[in-house]
Design a protein around this ligand. Structure first.
Ligand code: AMP
Length: 146
């Protein structure tokens, strides 16, 4: 059985290249669709919710920068399904699951740093996405940066 629609979660760093490449390689033999998703986490959330200043301009800059980076990826990987790809605000796990359901994706692809020790306790997006996922999840092992 082959997958028909792969949803690749990208953090928009240079590390998303191996994740996208793995997804494209998996999708190619069956001509499956590959879509991207990036979630911009609200800044107030990162600062614990209670920030005594207006973050809206900074937030907009962050969103615009993410859009530029997504566009670069669409140019670099023209086979990606741009129409079904998404850039949105929110919490990665929740948004990725919701999008996978809405778009009837049968595989979510994420990068994984294979954390251990304290970093494992702090959790990872890959772990988070796995729990309660509406379809299969592939964690692409990323090399540690020295
Ligand atoms: P992390 O656990 O944050 O190191 O990220 C591991 C993987 O989770 C990345 O390679 C992406 O596949 C995914 N990921 C992390 N942050 C985001 C984000 N903001 N939006 C979409 N996917 C993300």
């Amino acid at each position: 059985m082959s997958y028909e629609h792969l949803l690749v979660a990208v953090d928009l760093t240079e590390e998303c290249d191996p994740v996208i490449k793995r997804a494209m390689a998996l999708a190619a033999p069956s001509n499956a669709k590959v879509s991207l998703v990036h979630i911009v986490e609200p800044m107030a959330m990162a600062f614990g919710g209670d920030v005594p200043m207006d973050l809206s301009q900074l937030q907009q800059q962050q969103f615009d920068q993410a859009k530029e980076r997504m566009d670069r990826l669409f140019n670099k990987y023209p086979d990606i399904n741009r129409g079904d790809s998404h850039l949105t605000y929110g919490q990665p796990r929740q948004e990725i699951h919701q999008l996978a359901k809405e778009q009837h994706c049968d595989l979510i692809v994420v990068g994984s740093h294979g954390r251990h020790g304290l970093a494992l306790l702090l959790g990872s997006t890959a772990n988070d996405v796995l729990h309660g996922a509406p379809c299969d999840v592939l964690a692409v092992r990323l090399q540690k940066k020295e």
